[in-house]
Design a protein around this ligand. Structure first.
Ligand SMILES: [Zn+2]
Length: 241
């Protein structure tokens, strides 16, 4: 009998705006934690998405899961949303699934990257979000084993997005506001974005926009001639986590 999965809560649900709690030491390796992580992976895959934070299923704990799969990446390539240079610059590679408990994240260097991302808790939209290109993450695995990993490219983006959820931060707090698009318009919109707005850069991409004006906001002008592709709207990274 199929088990009923918890719903992914949407923006406007208070738990998404609260700081999550540390998982207590004595719960590491517990059945409760194992079940929570298994449920989160099931929910992430069913969505489908490449990441999920516990508050997104209403659980206010510092737990995230992430995974990227060959078929998701292939779907994004086939959608034609991005040109080949952009796809390469995204540095998307299959990995996982990974479950991180009580993660702490530190940026590595000052390099940044801006790409479109979305969120399973803000359904139907995507926007350009500047992130650090590389991060170090310290965490525990669900059994309580310490983990230390350095991530770059797309995996670093997912980690930053999911760790933000644990602080009550949504990608819309960091996005370049004028780049916001309905997911169904993303293929045309991504092509209309001015060259240079999307991709890696060597300037400092501050994660906290409130403390720094950040890079200039792109002012894209859409071209109505672009042909939308039906499959593009289901690209899982746009439903990130
Ligand atoms: Zn999210």
């Amino acid at each position: 009998m199929a088990e009923l999965l918890p719903l992914i809560v949407q923006a406007g649900t208070p738990v998404l705006r609260q700081a999550s709690q540390e998982v207590p030491q004595e719960q590491l390796g517990s059945e409760w934690l194992r079940n929570l992580v298994e449920t989160m992976i099931d929910v992430m895959r069913a969505a489908p998405g490449v990441g999920l934070a516990a508050p997104q299923i209403g659980e206010p704990w510092r737990v995230i899961v992430l995974e990227d799969r060959e078929e998701y990446i292939a779907r994004q390539v086939c959608s034609g949303t991005y040109d080949s240079d952009t796809l390469v610059a995204m540095e998307r590679e299959p990995f996982g699934p990974l479950a991180l408990v009580n993660p702490r994240l530190r940026p590595v260097g000052h390099d940044g990257a801006a790409f479109f991302e979305g969120c399973l808790s803000v359904r139907g939209f995507a926007a350009l979000v500047p992130r650090y290109y590389a991060v170090d993450v310290e965490a525990m695995d669900p059994a309580g084993k310490p983990l230390l990993m350095r991530a770059s490219g797309w995996r670093a983006r997912i980690l930053q997005h999911e760790c933000d959820h644990l602080q009550g931060i949504l990608y819309v707090d960091r996005m370049w506001t004028t780049s916001l698009t309905a997911t169904e318009n993303l293929p045309q919109w991504a092509r209309a974005i001015p060259a240079g707005a999307m991709g890696r850069c060597t300037c400092y991409h501050p994660v906290d926009r409130l403390q720094h004006p950040g890079p200039p906001t792109p002012t894209p002008i859409p071209t109505p001639t672009a042909t939308p592709t039906a499959t593009a709207t289901t690209s899982p990274m746009e439903g990130s986590g």
